[in-house]
Design a protein around this ligand. Structure first.
Ligand code: DNO
Length: 394
């Protein structure tokens, strides 16, 4: 039993074509209807149209990433109840088109965050980077968030002032754009003004409050998922700690434990993202996998390399801080266990996450950072080989 190999595809405007995906050796597509505004219903017609396009190319739409959770649901404000109803209709419509795995996240305001998208590596390829001191500069000097100084030591505040003075205008622009304009797959783009207004909506929402909003959302959607045969899989916070004073509640083993204690059905599952979870040195990835193996419905396989200052960059898929051998060994065992139980979901969909920009992709006028073709093809090939070898061995 092998993992189902997929690649994320951003739809008809993606510079990576469906044929490129097939040539990389994947059989499945991870896709979302990005043109539908967050909170609106995904109609059967729109889902089916995309599904047909994918199938005509000889691939299958295996995972939705993401069916986005609107901010109003996270803050439980305004017409959030109606937006949850819409979410449920989209789930029903997806199931009626035969799509049963749905990835989403519950990160306030921002989806995944990096400060630099073209960090040069020794070999000339480019990687995504999160630089903690640049994020502090953004918070303290560019955004000038009210009360931000309280979140940092006085040495960090001083360092941010100095660093800001030395930054060029284009450096300031780069950091702001990367944080506010969203990276590929983020559903929202903010101006500085919008972002400040959004921050206000989280006044009074701390970690406990956000956690309770997540649980209330799950109490609404998981019974429906159970009845439709849908496997919901929450993506961990990326990076897995609070940013810009915003709470994050899907970062650690304890966070997951709470969510599953409150809403136990197996359709309440995980997108096991090794790169996101691996950014924290106190996250024991094999232990987290073991604790929740039966509810891992989707895998994002990539590795990050962190340092003691809180910075990290995206490493090669088989190097960095993630022990991919340990993870894939566990995935294989879990798949065999599911097979012995005659579960339908014995082959877990995986995608190689965030490749480096390399080779001809360095010359292309447009790539989606982290989602260029060749770096992910390299990642997929390495992961496939590792799985093949472990499967032979155990
Ligand atoms: C980044 C992605 C995230 C992910 C969402 C899931 O590369 O892993 O954007 O799709 O957080 O909802």
């Amino acid at each position: 039993m092998k993992m189902t190999q997929t690649l994320r595809w951003y739809g008809p405007n993606d510079p990576v074509s469906l044929m490129d995906v097939r040539q990389a050796g994947a059989t499945g597509i991870v896709n979302a209807l990005h043109h539908i505004p967050n909170g609106d219903i995904w109609s059967v017609q729109e889902i089916q149209k995309r599904k047909d396009e994918i199938e005509t190319a000889g691939l299958s739409w295996d995972v939705v990433e993401s069916l986005p959770v609107h901010e109003k649901i996270k803050t439980r404000t305004a017409d959030f109840q109606q937006i949850i109803e819409n979410y449920k209709v989209s789930m029903q419509n997806l199931a009626s088109c035969g799509i049963y795995v749905i990835c989403y996240n519950f990160m306030p305001i921002l989806d995944w965050t990096r400060t630099r998208l073209d960090m040069p590596l020794d070999n000339g390829s480019l990687a995504l980077e999160f630089n903690a001191s640049e994020l502090r500069v953004f918070d303290l000097q560019i955004l000038k968030r009210e009360g931000a100084e309280k979140d940092y030591s006085s040495a960090e505040v001083e360092q941010a002032k100095r660093k800001f003075k030395n930054l060029s205008l284009s450096g300031i622009q780069r950091i702001s754009d990367n944080v506010l304009k969203g990276l590929p797959g983020s559903e929202e783009v903010y101006s500085m003004e919008d972002f400040n207004a959004m921050l206000d909506t989280y006044k009074g929402i701390d970690g406990d409050q956000l956690r309770s909003h997540l649980v209330q959302f799950l109490e609404e959607i998981i019974p429906l998922a159970e009845s439709l045969g849908i496997r919901m899989c929450i993506h961990p916070d990326d990076p897995p700690f609070t940013l810009l004073g915003l709470p994050r509640v899907v970062s650690t083993m304890e966070d997951y434990q709470h969510i599953f204690d409150q809403v136990p059905p197996l359709s309440n599952g995980i997108t096991f993202c090794t790169g996101s979870l691996g950014v924290r040195s106190d996250n024991d990835l094999p232990a987290i996998f073991d604790a929740f193996a039966d509810r891992v419905h989707f895998l994002h396989l990539r590795s990050t390399k962190r340092d003691a200052q809180g910075n990290f960059f995206e490493a090669d898929h088989l190097s960095g801080d993630v022990d991919m051998f340990e993870i894939i060994t566990r995935v294989i065992k879990e798949q065999r266990r599911r097979a012995s139980e005659k579960r339908e979901d014995t082959s877990i969909p995986m995608r190689p996450d965030h490749g480096h920009q390399m080779l001809d992709d360095l010359l292309k006028p447009k790539i989606n950072p982290g989602y260029s073709a060749i770096g992910r093809l390299r990642g997929l090939a390495e992961l496939r080989g590792l799985e093949w070898g472990i499967n032979k061995m155990i």
